[in-house]
Design a protein around this ligand. Structure first.
Ligand code: XMP
Length: 513
């Protein structure tokens, strides 16, 4: 069992993931577990520090989340944040009450005990971010106030002897100016953790552990050309070489030239020969006459599994399946919040049925999306590959409103290529989270030369986003839009109108279907 220097117990705060991020950015490896994690499991990981996250509830409310109280007796340093502070206060006999007025937003942290190692290099009066309805009214025995703000007499408290610290504010959010430093101080000065974790050490560790786990067996890996699966395949190749069976299903819904680009990238830059399965006809046949978006996704998902399984059966001695599950997927399924509501049934075209009884290898389970990119760089994947915009599993099918036909696919591919070219030429590709075109299947009248036209419409969609959960339409120059529009209408036979989507998410989604 691998040891984990810091364990973060999640009590449901929207900021819990940020705690992990800030620590890792500072070279401290940590993992988030649900607040209800069994104490034995926590002990197995031999943490040198425990952080109790914030949470939306009140510690005194009925059914409030409480950790196993043994964590307070382990002798391991603890840092409580907001709700975590209130848990500590309550556990050690202090009093938590509802504040007269809720405190949201910026406050100035005044330092009462500048000698405390938690405050090393922290400025007096620095901005911290408050977001709470309850507050500590009476300190528990042996605790002292070490910091305060105008509205929070107990903004920071500690039992220095037991190494238990608590903040009323959120050090993990960006608005807390020296928040990352506070978390680092906790890890380094209080828990004694060396901050030497980085993606290079992570990669080495992963390669060794995959090698050990797989032995002489073989591993199946679905490759889509996306960042996650490419990094997984490369990591596996580094670990087990030719015992990796990398399958790339061409479902006929890829962008222009994408299959060739992905194959060439793997061959030239990583040295892997992908096993490409050309299943375009099968997918397009199954999609014939289908217009409902959910139905499209279902058919594509099912066809993918059939094709993948058929190919997998051709290879002997496979016992493992590698997948690009990310930390965000893991947290979503274990956190106290439960998975967020399904808006579209997407995101896992590669989800496999139970009868495919392979043991899973998920080397990205512990890391975040941007860390995957860093890992890719460590592994020598080219920058342009790692910076590619996200592309949905069902591919171009969900960017054609209505039935997927060869002609609509042509319109989409040609217009998409032009848009990508212009975006890159104008230096905007890397500034935008995702950009693509959509074939609307709306006809309108136009005039080209002396002729009246009655042709299809293409919509250009470009969004800015951090994680795809929310997005705003990209505010790009009108001249760039004009360049795209002019080229599409001149060069794509069958398109006589281009529109720009100015909807943000929410209320819209990024894709049109
Ligand atoms: P939406 O349209 O839900 O998209 O705002 C959010 C992000 O997810 C991508 N997306 C998908 N990815 N399978 C995927 O693998 C899907 O079915 C799917 N639908 C949307 C979308 O491109 C955006 O990045």
């Amino acid at each position: 069992m691998k040891t984990v220097p810091i364990i973060v117990l999640d009590f449901g705060s929207q900021y819990t993931q940020l705690i992990a991020r800030r620590l890792r950015e500072n070279g401290v490896y940590c993992e988030i577990v649900p607040f209800s994690e069994e104490i034995e499991k926590i002990k197995e990981k031999k943490p040198q520090g425990i952080i109790l996250s914030g949470g939306p509830a009140s510690v005194y409310a009925e059914g409030a989340y409480h950790p196993d109280s043994e964590i307070f007796e382990l002798g391991v340093p603890i840092l409580g944040i907001c709700y975590g502070m209130q848990l500590i206060t309550q556990h050690f006999g202090g009093v938590v009450i509802a504040a007269d007025h809720h405190e949201y937003g910026k406050a100035k942290l005044m330092i009462e005990n500048a000698q405390s190692p938690i405050f090393e290099d922290i400025s007096e009066g620095g901005v911290v971010w408050m977001s709470h309805g309850d507050r500590v009214d009476m300190l528990p025995d042996n605790f002292e106030m070490i910091g305060y703000s105008d509205n929070s007499p107990y903004a920071a408290i500690a039992d220095e002897k037991k190494k238990i610290y608590a903040f009323q504010f959120h050090p993990e959010v960006h608005h807390t100016q020296e928040g990352a430093r506070l978390l680092k101080n906790f890890a380094k000065n209080i828990c004694g953790i060396q901050s030497d974790w980085n993606m290079g050490s992570f990669a080495k560790e992963k390669i060794l552990s995959i090698r050990e786990k797989v032995g002489e067996k073989r591993v199946l890996c679905g490759v889509s050309g996306g960042v996650d699966s490419s990094v997984v395949a490369t990591l596996l190749y580094e670990a087990i070489g030719d015992r990796l069976v990398p399958i790339f299903v061409d479902h006929g819904l890829l962008r222009a030239g994408e299959r060739e680009q992905v194959e060439a990238m793997f061959k030239q830059r990583v040295g892997i020969d992908l096993i490409t399965v050309d299943a375009a006809d099968e997918f397009l046949d199954n999609l014939q006459g289908v217009v409902d978006p959910e139905e499209k996704r279902k058919i594509i998902g099912e066809t993918f599994i059939r094709v993948f399984d058929r190919e997998a059966k051709k290879h002997q001695g496979i016992e493992f399946l590698a997948q690009g599950t990310l930390y965000t997927d893991v947290i979503e399924s274990v956190s106290v919040k439960g998975p967020s509501k399904t808006i579209k049934s997407h995101h896992n075209v590669g989800g496999l049925p139970e009868w495919m009884t392979f043991e899973l290898i998920e080397p990205l389970r512990e890391i975040f999306k941007d860390e995957v990119r860093k890992l890719g760089l460590e592994l020598g994947l080219p920058k342009d590959m790692l910076g590619r915009h996200p592309f949905p599993g069902p591919g171009l099918a969900i960017r054609i409103m209505g039935e997927v036909t060869p002609n609509e696919l042509r319109l989409l591919r040609q217009s998409d290529t032009i848009m990508q070219e212009e975006l890159k030429a104008w230096g905007y590709y890397d500034k935008i989270w995702q950009a693509f075109t959509v074939v609307l299947n709306v006809k309108s009248v136009g005039v080209m030369g002396d002729n009246r036209t009655y042709d299809n419409t293409v919509c250009v969609r470009m969004v800015e986003s951090v994680d795809g959960m929310t997005a705003t339409f990209a505010h790009i120059p009108h001249d760039l839009l004009e360049a795209i529009s002019t080229r599409i209408i001149n060069e794509v036979d069958g398109i006589n109108r281009v529109v720009y989507d100015i909807t943000s998410k929410p209320p819209g989604t990024i894709e049109w279907e």
